[in-house]
Design a protein around this ligand. Structure first.
Ligand code: ADP
Ligand code: MG
Length: 682
């Protein structure tokens, strides 16, 4: 549509309907700037009543005229003005603008025309209250794609030429009525203001300011601008060269164009009107939209803060809850995996239906048989263990005493720090030797002396220290280093008086086949125990995967809670954006009148929603980390927090998406406003 506009050669083409324009080029008849042909505009009120505001109006206005349209209130002047300025379309009839039928313009095309050709001056000035005089004047330049430096320069020179050089930074409410009207005239001229449409420009002014404004318009007319002035005051109309009187939607008198107004030499200028075309670039437009968004958000700081709060709470709950969930999981996982995911723990258990007084047993031979007979088993370690006081000289220490096999260092990949581990032979010969865990060594030999060859007392039985294990750390809730190892048989008989293992640790070779091995082990042991399953197996790997499943559920749950908070935040954004659109309807109208396209308005409001959500997202991620860290620091609660960047990125992205999604409906509502309706909004 708009590309057609650019094609200046097509200007006479509108003459195919057989009017005089068909031969414009050959005879060089003056092309009217504005040509209304039987234009009617009918409104239907809410009550269903038809109001004929314009009835079959024919009117030609030529470039450079100064026309006053007069008539009583309600006669249809503003309706005519809106149609002339392409803010509104006729219901019937044709509007030929500089040789082009307006009907062929879509809404972007009309926006372009308003921007390039028209400048509006309103009775109530319609300046943006939050912007300075200079910024108000510059608004149409935004939509014409001028850079901010170009806009500033032009705006300043316009204001200076209208005698407002010292009022550039003033807000509208810091200016008098006459000054505000001059600012609005400057704004009308920002993009050239070829045609200035002024609807009762002096209506709200005292007579002196009114005269000043009229003098200004007269001056502009002399410089070549076409002025169309609407007034109901005859003495104001006297300033114009031509007076058209309108009554009840009809032109009742027209003094006609002055001599020289109809001049074919001006045709060239009209064609050029369609040649210049600039539009805001996407990036420039975006930049501007974000700047305007920040401005408007700051203008309503408290409201913005409350809206932000919704998003901040949403995002921070996602981040904090997921971090806590992650922390809880990794804490438990760490404990379980430190027990060893390659270990099947075999413990005696009463089989179902077995009599209570028959103790269940796991023998040392069971263990040896498992090591040999069950596939995928690397080591099988029987143990008899219990807590005892260990004494060395004057030092006493209570620790776990573990009677087990010589294969511990290999089976658990646990090297010695000093000395050696006991051998199979030591066990068979009941040799009273012991290997200390690192913690036991620390407790019994606080001076750090070499313990090898020293004797410790267990139940008053002396055991000779032959080795010290390296430090291994905690397993589950127990300190693995707070233990002392003695040969299986020596320990079992001398210390515990037991012939049975309290536990058998079965080390699995290939962890991926651990479940299979567990099944084999059950079958093997049940078979050895005459078909009675008088034991149970604790499988850390199994437990881990079960745990991971529950944790995944927990994570989804926590994420959903955060998501709901974010949703509520999003609804808050939508709510406030709708309020903002309603409040700023007039501003939207002004922007449209000065050439903003629907997409410019859409982008502006969308930018506002996204900016507020992104700020909320950033603050929310920060707060989420903060809250998590704070909770972790509270001494009496055992909360472990693990931050991963994923939930933060997700939450932040969600916040931006929230702005986009919840901001879209209000922004579209704004963009689809009818400029006339928007402008007449109180
Ligand atoms: P003027 O500017 O000369 O005072 P208007 O052009 O504003 O007059 O209005 C002309 C007539 O059209 C009036 O009777 C007015 O009530 C009616 N009118 C204008 N706009 C609307 C509208 N949007 N809906 C219904 N009636 C309207
Ligand atoms: Mg009016």
């Amino acid at each position: 549509m708009v590309t057609g506009v650019l094609d200046a050669g097509a200007i006479p083409a509108t003459g195919d309907d057989g009017t005089e324009d068909a031969s414009v080029l050959s005879r060089e008849v003056a092309i009217p700037l504005i040509d209304l042909r039987k234009v009617s505009r009918t409104f239907v009120t809410d009550g269903g009543v038809e109001v004929k505001a314009l009835r079959e109006v024919d009117l030609k206005i030529y470039p450079g005229e100064f026309v006053a349209i007069v008539g009583q209130s309600g006669s249809g002047k503003s309706t005519m003005m809106n149609i002339l300025g392409c803010l509104d379309r006729p219901n019937s009839g044709k509007y030929i603008f500089a040789g082009r039928d307006i009907e062929s313009f879509d809404s972007d095309g009309l926006a372009w025309l308003r921007r390039e050709a028209f400048g509006f001056v309103f009775q109530s000035y319609n300046l943006l209250a939050t912007e300075s005089a200079e910024e108000n004047v510059a608004v149409p330049g935004i939509y014409a794609g001028l850079s901010s430096a170009e806009r500033e320069l032009r705006s300043q020179s316009l204001l200076s030429s209208l005698g407002l050089g010292d009022r550039m930074d003033h807000r509208p409410n810091q200016l008098s009525g006459g000054q505000q009207q001059r600012v609005s005239i400057a704004r009308a001229m920002m993009n050239g203001g070829n045609i200035i449409l002024a609807d009762e420009p002096t209506g709200a002014l005292d007579s002196r300011s009114g005269e000043e404004v009229m003098a200004l318009l007269k001056d502009l007319n002399e410089k070549g601008h076409t002025i169309i002035l609407i007034t109901h005051e005859p003495y104001i109309a006297e300033h114009a060269d031509r007076t058209i009187e309108i009554q009840d939607g009809r032109i009742v008198s027209d003094s006609g164009p002055t001599e020289g107004a109809i001049n074919p030499e001006k045709n060239k200028g009209l064609r050029e009107l369609f040649m210049s075309r600039k539009t805001a670039s996407l990036i420039g437009g975006l930049n501007e939209a974000v700047r305007m968004a920040l401005r408007s958000l700051m203008a309503n700081a408290f409201r913005t803060f409350l809206t932000l709060l919704g998003i901040v709470i949403g995002v921070s709950s996602v981040v904090a809850l997921l971090a806590i969930g992650q922390g809880a999981q990794s804490g438990i996982v760490e404990r379980i995996s430190s027990i060893g995911t390659n270990v099947l723990n075999l413990q005696p258990d009463r089989a179902e239906g077995q009599r209570r007084n028959i103790p269940s047993t796991l023998t040392f031979e069971d263990s040896d048989a498992i090591e040999v007979g069950v596939p995928n088993v690397s080591y099988s370690l029987p143990r008899v263990s219990g807590n005892m006081t260990i004494r060395h000289g004057h030092e006493d220490h209570s620790a776990e005493v573990i009677a087990t096999l010589d294969t511990v260092p290999e089976a658990k990949s646990w090297p010695l720090a000093r000395g050696v581990f006991f051998t199979r032979e030591d066990s068979d010969k009941f040799t009273p030797v012991a290997v200390l865990g690192a913690t036991v060594y620390d407790e019994l030999f606080p001076d750090g002396r070499d313990p090898l060859g020293e004797w410790v007392l267990l139940r008053n039985i002396p055991f000779q220290v032959i080795g010290v294990l390296t430090r291994k750390g905690a397993s589950g809730n127990t300190d693995q280093d707070d233990a002392i190892y003695v040969p299986l048989k020596a320990g079992a008989t001398r210390l515990f008086g037991a012939q049975y293992a309290s536990r058998i640790e079965v080390m699995v070779d290939d962890v991926t086949r651990i479940s299979e091995t567990e099944d084999d082990l059950v079958a093997f042991m049940t078979d050895r125990h005459d078909g009675v399953e008088d034991f149970r197996i604790f499988n850390a790997a199994q437990l881990l995967s079960t745990l991971e499943e529950t944790q995944a559920t927990l994570r989804i749950f926590l994420g959903a809670v955060g998501g709901i908070a974010l949703l509520v935040g999003g609804i808050g954004v939508m709510n406030i954006m709708l309020v903002s659109v309603t409040e700023r309807t007039r501003e939207i109208g002004v922007r449209m009148a000065t050439g903003a396209r629907q997409r410019d308005i859409l982008m502006q409001f969308l930018a506002e929603a996204i900016v507020v959500s992104l700020i909320g997202g950033i603050l929310g991620v920060g707060l989420g980390f903060g809250v998590g860290t704070l909770l972790e620091a509270v001494p009496n609660i055992d909360i472990n927090v693990v931050y991963t960047s994923t939930p933060a990125i997700i939450a932040f992205t969600c916040a931006a998406a929230t702005g986009l999604i919840f901001g879209f409906a209000p922004a579209r509502k704004a963009a689809r406003l009818d400029p006339v309706v928007a402008l007449s909004n109180e």
